[in-house]
Ligand binder design. Sequence first.
Ligand SMILES: [Zn+2]
Ligand SMILES: [Zn+2]
Length: 387
Amino acid sequence: MPIVNRVADLHADITEWRRDLHMHPELQYDVHRTAGSVAEKLKAFGCDEVVTGLGRTGVVGVIRGKKGGSGKTIGLRADMDALPIEEQTNLPYASRTPGKMHACGHDGHTAMLLGAARYLAETRNFAGDAVVIFQPAEEGGAGAAAMIKDGLMDRFGIEQVFGMHNGPGIPVGSFAIRTGPVMAATDEIDIDITGLGGHAARPHFCIDSVLVGAQVVTALQSIVSRSLDPLDSAVISVCEFQAGNARNVIPQTAQLRGTIRTLTPHVRELVEKRVHEVVAGVALTTGAKIDVTYKRGYPVTVNHAMQTDFATRIAREIAGEANVHETPPLMGAEDFAYMLEARPGAFIFCGNGDTAGLHHPEYNFNDEAIVHGTSYWIKLVENALAA
Ligand SMILES: [Zn+2]
Ligand SMILES: [Zn+2]
């Protein structure tokens, strides 16, 4: 089963929608134009239900199959938000809004799911409900969690949920997926050090916040190398270190900021605990006062085994056996993680070809990928809800 023929017919329309979204990027929850256009199209396609305002600006469409009510319901999710990046693609349809850009391909995700919705509403060759989910604020705003909090899963009776992201570096027409952890949890650490400032020539009367900060950074690096099982994964990156503004003054304070990535709840807990212990140890040996703020961000994105097998089978049918690969886990994060905590499902990568990377000012979603991604959505529904 290659791509769906009808999708090839729809390719021009879907491309047009995608480029229109690309020209009008919106950030976080402030996706009013995008959500409005999505809702309008879903109504025009003849969706049985179109609900707006879920998770502030999220949109949901329900399409009922013509083969009867199987009682089964599947959720498909796309994200709508862009990024605060100045676009440098020079495309004729480049962003019309300075400082905002669709640099993660969410324009493509939204357009492909709209294409699938149009096809599914036209054909309805399935038994049960297909629920298409368009969420705001994937880029750091936890829009998925907001939609779930507003009753997304229960209200529409969603039993399993699927997500897709484009993958630069993966050939167009190929897919990549894995069972278990596929993207990392991201947590933030803020470390504020208060020492005792003074003259650079009289360090014995001071508590040097720079030296304390250096010890904290070094000690944190021992967590991954010495507290973790070597077969587990984690990243601790301290990316900001601010202290002092004169060469002959030992500064009173220092601030460190960093990010922590982990792939299992167990490792996440271990790392968080060790961060507090290690910093408390440095405070004790140096006499500095050190405050740690550990803020949990998106959880680990964990693909469920059964749904991953199913998604892999569908991707293989569309792309061919040789073009569906097992991806290693990525240390980036995805708020689809919240949906996979709420319901079983799977997150897949759809090849975007040899383009600039995600979040790069020269990145662009590849319109050649549209037929593959859209066909995947359609076949996923028709097989999951087979009569
Ligand atoms: Zn992104
Ligand atoms: Zn993204």
